[in-house]
Design a protein around this ligand. Structure first.
Ligand SMILES: [Zn+2]
Length: 137
């Protein structure tokens, strides 16, 4: 796919997937499972610009939960198992699948926000400060 040959896109996906700082690629982005660190422990990037909101939940729902739900529905239609089979298979798979993909999606959104300099209205001053710091190097 063309977008995977784009180095900027690959950088965003790699940093997001591994939870690494989108500026230096070395420090950690997360302080816990989903909580962002205050700043990068390697280059000092201040993560106060990052605001993924419910984006990770949206992507986990669309990309993880919907396909898994279709598999559960297919199992029901094809094999008509008793309800407890879904409690032992579909429910845990859906739960674990969604929780496991939240972090990579959040990392991807935060890295994308940084790399593309996406800003929320009213945060121009913060971005000016961040870019001024980057210029000092
Ligand atoms: Zn960093």
């Amino acid at each position: 796919m063309a977008m995977f040959s784009n180095p900027k896109f690959r950088w965003i996906v790699e940093c997001g997937w591994k939870g690494l700082c989108p500026r230096c690629g070395k420090g950690k982005m997360f302080d816990g499972w989903l909580k962002l660190a205050d700043k990068c422990d390697s280059c000092g990037l201040d993560y106060s610009f990052a605001n993924a909101d419910d984006g990770p939940a949206f992507f986990a729902l669309c990309i993880t939960a919907f396909p898994l739900t279709f598999v559960a529905v297919w199992v029901q239609v094809a094999y008509d198992p008793p309800w407890w089979v879904h409690m032992l298979t579909s429910v845990p798979i859906l739960g674990v699948g969604c929780l496991a993909t939240l972090r990579p999606f959040k990392g991807w959104l935060v890295a994308s926000q940084y790399v593309n300099k996406a800003i929320e209205a009213g945060t121009e001053g913060l971005w000016a400060k961040l870019n001024a710091r980057e210029g000092e190097k």
